[in-house]
Unconditional design. Structure first.
Length: 405
C-alpha cells in the first residue's frame, strides 16, 4: 500500500483504539509507533528507531540526562526527534521540552511533538540549530486531506533528505500564508484589492475614492462567488466526463431515431442526470437516521448533474447536498461552520462556497455517513424547524415520497 492508504488504515485504527488508551506508554505503543511504521521506518531496529535517545547536552538539575522518546536515524546519525505525550495531553504544551532536545543535537533538523493524534513538526528556519517557536506543519491523523499526505511524504524514510528540509518547510509556510491571504481576500475583499481590480478592468474613470471602493465591494464579492461557483461546477463536470466511458462510434442516425430521442428526453441538449449507487446508499443511511428523530418527517431526494440533494418535501427545503463525483466526496449543509465542525469530530470541515450552503464536510465512503449521525440529525431538524416557522415553506405535509426525485 502507499502512504495515503497506510495513513487511512491507521486513522481507522486510531478511532477504534483512542477511547481505550490511557497514559503515555500506551499512546506510544498503540498510536505513535504505528505512525512511525507508516512513514517507512523499522520500529524494531534500534539503529533506525531508537527509543529513549539521550540528547547529550540536555541535563536536568542534578546532572540527570534527559531523553527524547524516539530518535529516527538515517545513515547512522539521528535525523528526526519525536517527543511523545499521552493522547489526552495537548502537544503544544510541550514544545519547550522538545526544543531542549532539538537544540542539543546539531544533526537533527526536524523535531516532532505528538499525542498520537496531532503531530507538530518543527525545524530551525529562524536560527541554525535553534528550534523555531512555531511549527511549520501540523498533521492530524483523524482529519487529513490528500494534500496533507503529500506534505508528509518528504519525512518518510524513502524521501527524507535533511539538506532539503528547510526549503520544504519554507514552501509549506509560504503556501499556507498565501492560501490564507487569498482565502481572506475572496471572502472579505480589502480596499487595496478592490482598487487593484478596478484598475485592471478600467471600469472607473477619474479618482477612485473610498466611497467608490465601498460601492464596488458587494459587486466584487458577487463576482468572486460567481467565479468560484462556475469553477467548481466545471470541475465536477470535467470529473464526470473523465470518469465516463467514451460514447460508441456511430456512423449514421436515422432522423426518426433522433426525433424519438428528443421526445424521450426531459431536457434536450442538457446532460442527463444519473443517480449512482453511492448516492442511493447515502440516501438510505440518512433516511434511516431521520426516521429515528422525534420529528418523523419523510424525506426525498433530487439529483442533479453537480450534486445529490436530500430535502424535506420541496427541493428548496434541502438539508444535505452530497458531492460524490469528484476525487473528494463531501456533504454540504446549511449549518454554520463552527456548528458543523463540532458535530463532525475527526472530519475535515470548511466553509462551503456561497450559493451552495454554509459548511462542507469531507468523507471517503458512504459508510462514513454513519459517523456523521449528529450532523445529519441536526441539519434535518433545523430544516424542519425552518419550514414550520416559514409561511412559505410551512407546507411540511406536501413532502414527496422517499423514492421520488
Amino acid at each position: 500500500m502507499g502512504l495515503g492508504e497506510d495513513l487511512r488504515l491507521l486513522s481507522e485504527q486510531v478511532r477504534k483504539r483512542q477511547a481505550f488508551i490511557k497514559g503515555e506508554e500506551a499512546t506510544k505503543q498503540a498510536l505513535i509507533l504505528p505512525f512511525i511504521q507508516a512513514l517507512g521506518y523499522d520500529i524494531y531496529d534500534p539503529t533506525e528507531t531508537q527509543p529513549e535517545y539521550v540528547a547529550d547536552f540536555a541535563k536536568k538539575r542534578g546532572g540527570v540526562m534527559e531523553k527524547v522518546d524516539y530518535a529516527l536515524h538515517l545513515k547512522g546519525q539521528p535525523a528526526l526527534f519525536i517527543e511523545c505525550k499521552a493522547t489526552d495531553a495537548a502537544p503544544e504544551d510541550h514544545d519547550g521540552q522538545l526544543a531542549r532536545y532539538f537544540n542539543a543535537t546539531p544533526s537533527v533538523r526536524i523535531g516532532v511533538v505528538t499525542n498520537g493524534i496531532r503531530y507538530r513538526f518543527f525545524t530551525d528556519l529562524q536560527s541554525p540549530n535553534v528550534m523555531d517557536a512555531v511549527p511549520f506543519l501540523e498533521f492530524n491523523v483523524l482529519a487529513f486531506t490528500d494534500r496533507d499526505v503529500e506534505l508528509l511524504r518528504p519525512f518518510t524514510k524513502e524521501f527524507f533528505d535533511a539538506t532539503s528540509i528547510q526549503g520544504h518547510a519554507e514552501e509549506i509556510i509560504f503556501v499556507g500564508k498565501v492560501t490564507a491571504l487569498i482565502n481572506e481576500l475572496l471572502r472579505n475583499p480589502s480596499e487595496s484589492f478592490v482598487r487593484f481590480l478596478l484598475a485592471e478592468v478600467e471600469l472607473v474613470s477619474g479618482r477612485v475614492t473610498r466611497s467608490v471602493v465601498e460601492r464596488f465591494v458587494p459587486i466584487v464579492k458577487k463576482s468572486i462567488q460567481t467565479t468560484l461557483l462556475d469553477m467548481m461546477t466545471k470541475s465536477i463536470q470535467q470529473e464526470i466526463a473523465q470518469n465516463s466511458p467514451p460514447p460508441p462510434t456511430v456512423t449514421a442516425i436515422p432522423a426518426e431515431a433522433l426525433q424519438r430521442a428528443a421526445e424521450a428526453s426531459e431536457a434536450p441538449g442538457v446532460a442527463q442526470v444519473e443517480t449512482t449507487e453511492v448516492e442511493l446508499e447515502i440516501f438510505r443511511i440518512v433516511q434511516r437516521m431521520c426516521s429515528e428523530s422525534a420529528l418523523r418527517q419523510s424525506i426525498s431526494y433530487k439529483d442533479s448533474t453537480t450534486y445529490f440533494g436530500i430535502n424535506l418535501g420541496k427541493v428548496t427545503s434541502w438539508f444535505l447536498r452530497a458531492f460524490t463525483n469528484g476525487k473528494k466526496k463531501s456533504l454540504v449543509t446549511r449549518l454554520p461552520l463552527e456548528q458543523a465542525a463540532m458535530l463532525s469530530p475527526g472530519f475535515e470541515v470548511e466553509s462551503a462556497p456561497d450559493g451552495i450552503g454554509k459548511s462542507r464536510v469531507y468523507f471517503n465512503a458512504a459508510t462514513d455517513i454513519e459517523k456523521l449521525r449528529s450532523l445529519v440529525l441536526v441539519a434535518y431538524e433545523e430544516e424542519a424547524r425552518r419550514q414550520s416557522s416559514s409561511p412559505v415553506d410551512g407546507g411540511g405535509s406536501t413532502s414527496e415520497s422517499a423514492s421520488g426525485a
